[in-house]
Design a binder for this molecule. Structure first.
Ligand code: FAD
Length: 295
């Protein structure tokens, strides 16, 4: 049973085709009435993808009353180029930045661009110095592939807060204990700023599982068994049981997080509204606003 009604935020990625643009817009229209605290748009490494992020941020900011957070990384750009992007976001009315180190486009260890930001702390510090944005950063309840150990991770997260971040959003995970152990360790290390759980609704278990393996999230074996059983039952009858299982598992996770003190949930929507909406509804987050500006 849900303990308290959380505030929520929804993350989108920039669409790369006309069809994907329609899908994003449909997702925004479906989820926006739930009055998220903010929505965010992820950021890619190449110039063309960066333009798509800017365009998606601009469209959402212009066409809806939503508060928009733009993601930004240190990859493949000088400090001057990155801060120009920041100024462009400010001109669009963007109030929040999700400031990240990012990953190299071809994989491998991160290498700072000559004249670029050396790491996420340096980017956060530059944003804080400029002022005018709420600064969110990433956090990793399960070790990031480049983790030097949990103590070093938490020191690094603390350094990001000390540099001016106001809130951390975690990588997704499947079990509430994963989040609580991390949050409690952060509190013991003196971190007082909010750490928000990142929630990945399960639109497609095979896809979510692949992402989990890629980013080092522990996959509970019982999830595999449950989705295999649900898929067998679904044969020839649509995806009713699989969808229901996905909603139940994600809602249970969110319920446990709220019961344990989380007040805000950040949903990685993958530009699909269905599971995010169902889980939000189950948590009591329902349509609140009539979005005049969303056609
Ligand atoms: P950091 O937290 O700066 O570091 C990553 C890891 O290295 C951590 O384990 C950290 O502790 C360790 N580390 C780094 N420096 C030090 C140090 N000096 N001492 C000790 N340990 C150190 N990627 C994109 O390309 N675009 C996006 O839009 C995007 N959005 C994201 C949103 C969220 C909420 C999250 C959690 C991740 C997102 N990512 C995105 C992925 C992210 O860019 C990668 O996970 C990247 O590898 C790490 O970026 P970071 O800023 O979180 O890293």
């Amino acid at each position: 049973m849900t303990q308290s009604k959380p505030t929520v935020s929804f993350e989108f990625f920039p669409p790369k085709s006309i069809a994907a643009s329609f899908q994003l817009w449909e997702t925004v229209q479906t989820l926006a009435p739930m009055a998220p605290e903010f929505v965010s748009v992820t950021y890619g490494a190449g110039g063309a993808i960066r333009a798509l992020t800017r365009d998606a941020v601009a469209a959402i900011a212009a066409q809806t009353p939503l508060r928009v957070a733009a993601h930004l990384t240190c990859v493949a750009a000088s400090r001057a180029e990155t801060m120009q992007i920041v100024e462009n976001y400010a001109a669009l009315g963007v109030s929040d930045i999700v400031a990240l180190r990012g990953d190299m486009p071809g994989g491998g260890a991160f290498a700072a661009t000559p004249d670029g930001f050396a790491d996420s702390c340096a980017l956060v510090a530059a944003l804080a110095k400029r002022g005018g944005f709420r600064i969110h950063v990433g956090a990793y309840p399960e070790p990031h592939p480049e983790s030097r150990g949990q103590a070093a991770d938490i020191d690094h997260l603390k350094a990001k807060f000390d540099a001016g971040a106001t809130r951390a959003i975690t990588q997704f995970f499947f079990e509430p204990g994963t989040f609580f152990r991390f949050r409690d360790a952060c509190v013991r290390a003196g971190i007082t700023q909010p750490i928000v759980p990142g929630i990945l609704p399960i639109e497609n278990w095979a896809g979510v599982r692949r992402m989990a393996v890629r980013c080092g999230a522990h996959v509970p074996p019982e999830f595999d068994a449950a989705f295999a059983a649900a898929a067998r039952d679904d044969t020839g009858q649509g995806n009713g049981r699989t969808d229901l299982l996905a909603t139940v598992l994600c809602t249970e996770l969110c319920d446990a997080l709220l019961a344990g003190g989380a007040e805000h949930l950040h949903f990685y929507t993958m530009n699909r509204a269905s599971q995010t909406r169902q889980v939000c509804h189950a948590l009591g987050v329902t349509a609140e606003v009539d979005l005049q500006k969303v056609a």
